[in-house]
Design a protein around this ligand. Sequence first.
Ligand code: IPM
Ligand code: MN
Length: 365
Amino acid sequence: MKFSVAVLPGDGIGPEVTQESVLILDEIGKLYGHEFTYAYGPVGGVAIDSFGTALPAETAKIASKADAVLFGAVGGPKWDDPSAAVRPEDGILGIRRHLKLFANLRPVQVYPELLEASPIKPDILKGADFLVIRELTGGLYFGKPKKRWETKTGRQSVDTLKYSETEIRRIVRVAFELARGRRKLVTSVDKANVLETSRLWRQVATEVASDYPDVAIEHMLVDTAAMQLVSNPKRFDVVVTENMFGDILTDEAAVVSGSMGMLPSASLAGIPDLDQGKRTRGLYEPIHGSAPDIAGKGLANPTASILSAAFMLRYSLSLGTEAMAIESAVAEVLREGYRTADIAEGASDHLSTVEMGSQILRRIR
Ligand code: IPM
Ligand code: MN
């Protein structure tokens, strides 16, 4: 089959890790008889430098025309000025909005081989395996008014936290659908003791739960969830939460897992129905960000990007077998002891970005 992929490498280590994913996709194409064509577009800081905007119209067009988007990362010290009119982050936020990617899937898996790389004690962490589903196009990130103004007594600013019942229902449904293929527990995270949006969230989540009698639901306050993530990560199966809480909790979860450089993500415009082979438009990116401090040094771990490409095959291209082939190759490479610097744990020899990519590629069959 033929597929078109929009490739938006972005800033920092984005281009290095994304390149490895493209090579992996080419290998999948060769082995399984598919043809992937790539349309590249600038996004983030590099786009600001050449076009004055983090999401040029042409890039948005490339992204909406493709079967799926493979995304690197955006941001870096060069564009960090808080008073700048344009910011690299507008690139990713703009695409999420433009493609209506409301569901962000961030699986947190703990590889037995990498237990020691986590700041959490191995016996607390061992066996943890959960999926965070973050609402991605609403809440504080996009609510209006969002502005700053001057008053007699000084500067003031506002962001708006707003959620409609429709937005809540569709994201909570994603959680329940995916929980059916897992351990059948949904933890809905909110701050219902303080926030009105959270009280609506809890109510709607409870309503949705009644359509899924086979899946259990629990409600948890976000501060409790932050504690539980480090003290008892094994208790979670599927976690669903609003945009801002999800942003914070997923970084915490990534560090807990000890394998930030290993974690992929998918941002989807619909509910994936893998049994029906239903395709969903999506954007796939490593969760680690642009890591400007190690950019261009060949130190970055390409695994998170490569696993994101696997997600792309599964969720947007209905190529589940091919996705599994990539995931098995990654697991094999880890088992055999290959490591990039981020997961090398003091070992003196570690692989470069390209070397890690080729080790994974070689094991795909
Ligand atoms: C993420 C990132 C983004 C976010 C930034 C780059 C805008 O932190 O994907 O988690 O806050 O959503
Ligand atoms: Mn984040």
